[in-house]
Design a protein. Structure first.
Length: 299
């Protein structure tokens, strides 16, 4: 029996990355904490299993409990959702993810967001989505607020917003341009980049995600240079991490994420590598994220 057996929408959108794929059923008694992960552009959230599984193992070792549930938000158009119409606007991504999380229930009927302290995490584009979903959930009276927000490998929203309006539209790139960009970013197998037919096969979700990036807006709060509108600051702590040689996310742009919260921030934590530093540093990242989770007032 799959996780969220009574919720077809949650089954599609939420995939287990740790702690939810080995049980026939899961209830609130099985969970001490929940981490909900949003994917980077163009990829399946399951590509982040390296650091999320390491996080689960570290949680078990440090607490003596195997009760960390890590879920990934899976957009249409990839893996088991391949062939579904892709999402093409940031607002649709943010609002649908918010709806799914607010409605999701464990198999014993407990709302997911009431089962245990929960943390929203994002990588690159996923960080922007997780940020605005966190804002939505803090404003909602229908659920507990997040215990923390985990930001990985993304420029702050003001820099991002300005950048997408001055840069060429990636959604209009040729297949060769897409391959060149993916090669620069790292993280994509070279054999895929050199196989035009295979790359063409995976192109719809990649272009769909580029459109999501290009439609990003700051309607959930405005960034002024050096400051974040106090009305839209998160009340939960913020974790900040990035690669020390990421050409797409300069280190100085990470600092402004501290302005996203009225609470404490952890980081920026810098790891060796570029945009996909997680491929080499997943255990080190997991250790830092675990320290952040366990330092939360929820524990």
């Amino acid at each position: 029996m799959p996780l969220f057996s009574n919720d077809a929408l949650a089954q599609k959108w939420l995939v287990p990355l740790h702690g939810g794929d080995s049980r026939a059923r899961i209830s609130s008694d099985d969970v001490d904490a929940v981490v909900i992960v949003f994917a980077w552009s163009g990829g399946s959230v399951t590509a982040q299993k390296n650091w999320t599984e390491a996080l689960g193992a570290a949680f078990c070792k440090k607490t003596g409990k195997n009760r960390l549930l890590v879920l990934g938000v899976e957009l249409p158009g990839r893996r088991l959702r391949f062939g579904e119409p892709v999402v093409e606007t940031f607002a649709a991504y943010r609002d649908t993810a918010t709806k799914v999380l607010l409605g999701a229930k464990l198999d014993d009927g407990t709302p997911l967001l009431e089962a245990a302290p929960y943390f929203l995490a994002g990588y690159s584009l996923g960080s922007l989505a997780a940020h605005q979903v966190s804002q939505n959930l803090e404003r909602s009276a229908a659920a507990a607020s997040p215990a923390g927000y985990i930001m990985i490998a993304c420029t702050n929203p003001k820099v991002y917003y300005d950048g997408i309006r001055s840069a060429p539209k990636k959604s209009e790139y040729s297949i060769d341009d897409v391959a060149d960009l993916l090669r620069r970013q790292g993280g994509t197998p070279e054999e895929l980049l050199n196989d035009r037919d295979m790359l063409q096969y995976f192109l719809p979700p990649i272009i769909g995600d580029y459109k999501i990036c290009e439609s990003y807006d700051m309607s959930n709060g405005r960034w002024d240079y050096g400051d974040f509108n106090a009305e839209y600051k998160l009340s939960c702590p913020v974790f900040i991490a990035g690669g020390d040689s990421d050409e797409f996310v300069p280190v100085e742009t990470l600092e402004a994420w501290k302005q996203a919260t009225m609470a404490v921030s952890a980081g920026p934590h810098l790891f060796p590598g570029g945009h996909f530093f997680v491929n080499e540093s997943f255990e080190a990242l997991a250790t830092k994220v675990l320290d952040f989770i366990l330092s939360s007032s929820a524990f």
